[in-house]
Each structure stands twice: as C-alpha cells, then as structure tokens.
Design a protein. Structure first.
Length: 164
C-alpha cells in the first residue's frame, strides 16, 4: 500500500533554514519530536539525549508498581519504541571507518508507522549546531530513497513520490 502525503516545512525553513518534520512516538499520542531531513548524510542519526529519554525502565519508576497498575497505566510507556542493536562500522563523510552504536527507533509520521535503524552521534557539536531548532534525530538519504520521499526546496514541501 502506498503512503501518500505532502507536508510543508515552510515554518521551520523560515525560522531555522532547515527542513524539519514532527514525528510522533505512538500514533495519536501527541508525544513527538523534531527530525531533520538531510540529503547530505547517508544514514539516520539520533541524539544520545533522546536515547536517554527512552531508557526509562520499570525499575526507575518512583511510584510503587501496584499503584501504577491500579491506575491502568503501563509500567514502561515507551516499551517497544527503542531497541539497542549493538554497534556497526560505517564509513563517515571523511572516508574513515568508525564504529558507532546502532538502535531501532519506532515512530509515526502522517499516519504511517516506521521502524528504522539509527546510529548514535557521538560527534561533539553535530546536534549542538541545530539545538536551537530542538532537533533530536536526522533522517538521511537512505531513508528518503527507501520510502520514496522527495524534498522540494522551491515549494518547501516534503512529499511521497506517489503523491499527486
């Protein structure tokens, strides 16, 4: 099934000069984050701070577990959002091989669920350069190709190839 959409990034481009999209962690939850769409990088990158945010476990909850269960709340509301996949050697823009940690991150955008691999950026400053926009992840060129997304800088739109 095709996933047709068209989303404007005019506001983020006006404010930050960047094509940003708002993703949701769970469909309809309202909990979401700003992702940068970047055709200059091959891979998806994630800020270590976002990994830390989702590292909550039932052991770190300060309320007692029976009280949480009595309220009908999950012990770990983020279970299944993030999964550690180990590490992998990749070739960076400078041509050097680097071993980086890899995670699978599940998110929703425009009604479609995605489950994508992200590398943690331990490069000092990568996310600091774009913190003013509160960007916590970057979707790279491989993601755009795989999902047939197009960026139109003239119209300031991100859309699926199938969108008409």
């Amino acid at each position: 099934m095709n996933h047709n959409f068209s989303v404007s990034f005019a506001d983020s481009y006006k404010n930050y000069g960047l094509p940003l999209i708002f993703i949701q962690v769970t469909k309809g939850s309202g909990l979401g984050f700003e992702f940068l769409i970047d055709t200059t990088t091959k891979y998806n990158w994630i800020d270590p701070e976002l990994i830390n945010f989702f590292s909550i476990s039932s052991d770190t909850v300060s309320l007692d577990k029976s009280s949480i269960e009595a309220l009908g709340l999950p012990l770990n509301p983020f279970e299944g959002v993030l999964k550690e996949l180990g590490s992998q050697k990749i070739i960076c823009k400078d041509g050097k091989k680097k071993e980086v940690d890899k995670f699978r991150f599940n998110f929703n955008f425009e009604g479609k669920s995605y489950s994508e691999e992200f590398f943690i950026s331990n490069t000092t400053g990568l996310f600091n350069k774009i913190k003013r926009a509160q960007v916590v992840a970057i979707l790279g060129g491989d993601f755009l190709k795989k999902n047939k997304w197009v960026i139109d800088y003239g119209k300031l739109l991100i859309f699926s190839e199938d969108f008409k």
